[in-house]
Design a binder for this molecule. Structure first.
Ligand SMILES: Cc1ncc(C[n+]2csc(CCOP(=O)(O)OP(=O)(O)O)c2C)c(N)n1
Ligand SMILES: [Mg+2]
Length: 804
């Protein structure tokens, strides 16, 4: 086929596409109606369905999926176009009728396209608006990264495409992404804006398209505005057409929407009122019936297959493109254009009339080609030859061998953050496949999170080489800031949302590009909250990465009060798909990082492992909460048993005796305070135990899973924490302590019914030295001893100083 044949389909093909467009609109409407009908009769609840949002994209998605897309392209579909997406996949034979019947129900097709929960080949999940859009941009960058390293060159380059709601563009993360895309030389990315001028609540501001146009152009994107369809363009060429065009161009969004809703007679009245005395334009209007006039006036390019196919087909470059497609929310449905249509559902009578208009007989609603004017065999042959479904779309990549132990030189006094820098430095020195596949990234905190030594060894990534001028000018500097296509660090601007979205894209490379990467992202712990929705999104898509957050808690004392993080350990505990660790010592960190390199690559389907009742075969992402506080390291041999316990979440640093009265359970940087407190109590409380908790998250997850297993009849299921606490006598009290919210460890008492006094941080903001702050917030050795004295009866603990 020549370029122009590709761009312009013949009339037969256009007819087929028109029929398919009708069919997906019907199937999506029926899916929503049917699901609601079933729900309503069962429990009286309606579930919404976003028919209007879906219909808005029906033509664009017809043009894309049935013609313009190639198997290597990846698409983030606007959340509310999910019914249209599933209908398309149903026609391709990749979605079952059962799942459509169960739309929005248990195990049915998902309300919003889901990469993990849907079974019909969703490329990127969407739902929280703005995130899927940015994901496509970062996926383009990751594709470039992979290819620049010489991997995946046997695969064709794909386009990363987002179908974007116009109100979705209010989300700030989109603009953060655009800026980053410009810095990184974005290519092969299309954003197709469904410019229906409606959001959830209302009709949007006038003239937004012009702001979008200027904005995208400013960041190096091509902008293609698709406003009028072929019918309107033809009418504009008729006598009086200019006047009609002027009228539409000036028509406010609200009025246009209202007339769309009201239909042909209202269009005629309004047009004749406003421009009817102007000669030839009157004839242009009068020459059309009400229906024809309504068809003409709603013939926007976003609902005009020839315009869309031409625009998509003629792209012959890799620059990023923003298509602004004028559409009508609810196009083809009775509530088209109505400003309240977002959650609108069709009444049974409206569904009946749509059924009649679509020639669908009762009982044949799910028949693929029911009511279409083209022979089923012809339609099926066409569908079988659609380019999009002609190739493999999901890839797999082999697992890289990860060593059980990572080399590192441990200084006598060291912070976990320094340990992390040293571990990566050693990794960067080695030649191994794993080290070559590691890609680090950081939002302008590369140096302050200790990635500097690694970056010095492995370089920064850019598609074009860029030398460090300080180096070429021979100005001494600790860091070598050379960019090259072989570099392994992607330096980002400060926006944390971009960090998480990039991690999401890097962490899906094995499935999208067929090339495995081991992404490591660093940031300051408190800023996890800045990007939390994007982190959650990355986990929901099952992207795999290692997140290193440092400094954290009060222990960053000199950095100031505003940056103290309290809630992040609870995020670590609660976030699905993310195993959170907070080691105190560098040898623990080495064991955890080695585990993480393997864990992020796992993809087993099996249930909890019987050893610790965690989802260890399934794998996931990893969050390391680290500290800048240098603490005295323990000289010890790392045995396989100790390594396993560290990874499972806890071990006895001092095992309690049979008469134990107090256990101190600590996490992270407060280890010296916990150790000191145990020493201070030793004379006045018997057999004091010291439990090092390296992962409250994994302990808690294992405990929960083991309980559930027992409730299912597996009476011997025991989790790691249950085994650790099994020998602790029931009269013993537990004082838990961490530089984070006390609830992180408070649940330990529920495991075997021990009383717990959880210490931690509930307020923040005070500056000071670490001793000042630990005393102020009550997580120093004195606070631990005071808690133990109150919790456990016995003689006064002599070393307890008066608390200030
Ligand atoms: C982060 C986030 N905030 C709010 C919502 C709720 N919400 C869903 S759709 C929508 C408006 C969408 O408007 P637009 O993007 O123009 O799509 P349309 O409905 O016009 O198809 C809102 C506010 C959401 N899904 N995600
Ligand atoms: Mg909209």
């Amino acid at each position: 086929m020549t370029k122009s044949e590709q761009a312009n389909p013949n009339t037969d093909e256009l007819r087929i596409l028109g029929e398919l467009e009708k069919k997906i609109l019907w199937l999506a409407s029926w899916t929503i109606h049917n699901a609601n009908h079933l729900r309503e009769s069962a429990d009286g609840l309606k579930v919404g369905g976003h028919q209007a949002s879906s219909a808005s994209l029906a033509t664009i998605m017809t043009a894309l999926y049935f013609r313009a897309l190639r198997p290597q392209d990846r698409v983030a579909v606007k959340p509310h176009a999910s019914p249209i997406y599933h209908a398309i996949q149903y026609l391709f034979g990749r979605q079952s009728r059962q799942k459509l019947e169960d739309f929005r129900g248990y195990k049915g097709a998902q309300s919003y396209p889901s990469r993990t929960k849907d079974t019909d080949d969703v490329d990127f999940s969407t739902g929280s608006v703005g995130l899927g859009v940015a994901q496509t941009l970062f996926s383009s960058l990751v594709q470039d990264y992979v290819r620049a390293h010489g991997w995946g060159l046997d695969q064709p380059e794909g386009r990363m495409i987002a179908l974007v709601g116009d109100a979705e563009l209010d989300e700030g993360n989109i603009f953060e992404a655009i800026l980053e895309g410009w810095k990184q030389g974005l290519r092969n990315c299309w954003w197709i804006i469904d410019y229906n001028r409606q959001s959830l609540d209302a009709v949007i501001r006038e003239g937004l398209w012009a702001r979008y146009e200027a904005l995208f152009q400013a960041f190096g994107w091509d902008v293609v505005i698709l406003k009028y369809g072929s019918l309107l363009n033809e009418a504009f060429r008729e006598p009086g057409g200019d006047r009609l065009r002027q009228w539409i161009d000036n028509c406010p969004n609200q009025l246009y929407s209202a007339l769309v809703f009201q239909g042909g007679a209202a269009w005629r009245r309004r047009l004749l009122d406003e421009i009817g005395d102007q000669g030839s334009v009157t004839r242009l209007i009068e020459a059309r019936s009400d229906d024809e006039l309504a068809r003409l006036m709603t013939n926007l390019a976003g609902h005009d297959l020839p315009s869309l196919l031409e625009a998509f087909g003629k792209v012959d470059h890799e620059r990023p493109i923003c298509f602004i497609c004028y559409t009508i929310k609810g196009f083809g449905l009775p509530f088209a254009g109505h400003k309240d249509n977002h959650a609108g559902l069709m009444t049974p009578a409206q569904v009946e009339s749509l059924r009649r208009a679509m020639n669908v007989r009762p009982g044949h609603e799910w028949d693929k080609f029911e009511g279409l004017s083209i022979a089923p065999a012809v339609l099926q042959t066409f569908l079988d030859q659609v380019p999009f479904v002609a190739g493999q779309r999901r890839h797999r990549a082999a697992r890289l061998p990860a060593p059980a132990q990572l080399p590192v030189t441990i200084q006598p006094v060291m912070s976990t953050q320094a340990g992390f820098g040293a571990l990566l430095n050693e990794l960067g020195r080695e030649q191994s496949e794993l080290a070559d596949r590691v890609v680090t990234t950081s939002p302008d905190v590369t140096v302050s999170t200790n990635l500097g030594p690694w970056v010095n060894r492995r370089g920064l990534f850019a598609r074009e080489k860029l030398a460090d001028t300080f180096k070429s000018e021979r100005i001494p500097s600790t860091f070598n800031w050379d960019f090259s296509p072989k570099g392994q660090h992607i330096e980002l601007g400060i926006a944390e949302m971009n960090l998480f979205t990039l991690l999401s894209a890097l962490g899906l490379s094995h499935a999208i590009n067929g090339e495995r990467l081991i992404p490591i992202g660093t940031l300051y712990d408190p800023f996890i909250q800045r990007g939390l929705d994007a982190l959650n999104y990355a986990c929901y898509q099952e992207a795999r990465f290692i997140l290193v957050a440092t400094p954290s808690g009060l222990s960053l004392a000199p950095e100031g009060g505003a940056h103290q993080s309290i809630a992040t350990p609870l995020i670590g505990l609660a976030q699905d798909g993310l195993a959170a660790f907070e080691p105190a010592f560098v040898d623990e960190l080495a064991a955890i990082l080695a585990f993480a390199f393997d864990y992020v690559q796992r993809a087993g389907e099996s249930e909890s492992s019987e050893r610790n009742w965690l989802r260890d075969e399934t794998g996931g992402s990893v969050y390391l909460r680290l500290s800048t506080r240098p603490i005295e390291q323990i000289k010890r041999e790392m045995t396989p048993e100790l390594r396993q316990s560290i990874v499972d979440g806890a071990y006895w640093l001092r095992k309690p005796g049979p008469n134990c009265q107090v256990v101190v359970a600590y996490t992270g940087a407060v280890a010296p305070e916990a150790i000191q407190a145990v020493g201070l109590m030793a004379e006045d409380r018997r057999d004091v135990g010291l439990l090092a908790v390296t992962s409250a998250d994994r302990l808690n997850a294992g405990w929960t899973a083991a309980q559930r297993a027992r409730e299912r009849g597996l009476v011997h299921a025991r989790s790691h924490i249950e085994k650790l606490l099994a020998e602790v006598p029931s009269h013993c009290g537990i004082v838990s302590v961490l530089d984070g919210h006390p609830a992180t460890l408070a649940w330990l008492g529920a495991v075997h019914g021990h009383r717990v006094r959880p210490l931690g941080v509930e307020h923040f903001g005070q500056t000071g030295s670490i001793p000042d702050l630990y005393r102020h917030y009550g997580i120093d050795a004195n606070a631990v001893v005071a808690a133990a004295a109150t919790l456990t009866p016995g003689r006064p603990i002599r070393h307890l100083k008066a608390l200030p």
